[in-house]
Design a protein around this ligand. Structure first.
Ligand code: SAM
Length: 215
């Protein structure tokens, strides 16, 4: 899977990409992540990427031309989706993550300021929202997509089995059973005895009962 991130703040990403599982996944060449600073595609000495909104109103709007030029410069694979991070988009969830994990390339556009000139939507396949709130930019959204999609790619997680029972794996309403590790008693709080019993049949039943199916 290749992720191409379009942002005017590429400096937000390096430490995020160089730690833990994402770092290993890149080393194993299971994922590739390219950062594109679309400011470099802006015209003029000052490389201005934003301008005042037509019709008036507060804040600044990201111009369409630098983003378009940046998008056009990216080499496309056969299975590619262009995704715009936007509060107005479709609510992101695990099912969408699963579907997107089967693509070959995801191009993620991160907005800033008051958003992006609407005409960018002509070049976008999917507008996705993290939830019903507004963040300062699309970069955290891009990070959420990268983490949630990468871990579904075979080989990225050490134990692919862990994906089978985790929250949302069976359906969007399924929440994983409670998990514990050592010590068996912490400040008087005990681990359920069945989990210490070694009886795998009983443990399985307990876990099935303890998983939550949201209404
Ligand atoms: C301050 S927001 C712009 C909000 C916009 N004026 C509105 O009312 O919908 C700047 C950028 O952050 C990103 N963003 C904000 N909230 C988001 C959310 N809930 N999900 C995904 N991206 C979001 C988008 O890329 C957006 O262009």
């Amino acid at each position: 899977m290749q992720f191409d991130i379009l942002t005017i703040f590429p400096g937000l990403f390096p430490s995020f990409l160089k730690e833990s599982i994402l770092k290993k996944a890149q080393e194993k060449k299971l994922i590739k992540i390219n950062l594109h600073d679309f400011r470099l595609f802006a015209a003029g000495k000052h490389k201005t990427v934003d301008d005042k909104p037509y019709g008036g109103g507060p804040g600044m709007i990201l111009k369409v031309e630098p983003l378009y030029q940046c998008l056009a410069s990216i080499k496309r694979k056969k299975k590619t989706k262009v995704i715009l991070l936007s509060a107005k988009g479709k609510r992101y969830n695990q099912k969408i993550a699963q579907d997107l994990s089967r693509e070959k390339q995801l191009i993620l556009i991160c907005g800033r300021y008051e958003g992006i000139d609407e005409r960018i939507n002509k070049y976008v396949d999917l507008e996705l929202s993290l939830g019903p709130y507004v963040t300062m930019g699309g970069e955290v959204g891009a990070m959420v997509l990268i983490e949630s999609i990468s871990r579904l790619i075979p080989g990225v997680l050490g134990q692919h089995l862990s994906l089978q029972e985790e929250s949302f794996s069976k359906n969007i309403k399924y929440l994983e059973y409670p998990q514990y590790t050592r010590p068996p008693v912490f400040r008087g709080l005990k681990v359920p005895s069945v989990l210490l019993s070694g009886d795998h049949k009983k443990i399985k039943i307990w876990r099935e009962k303890s998983a939550i199916i949201k209404k």
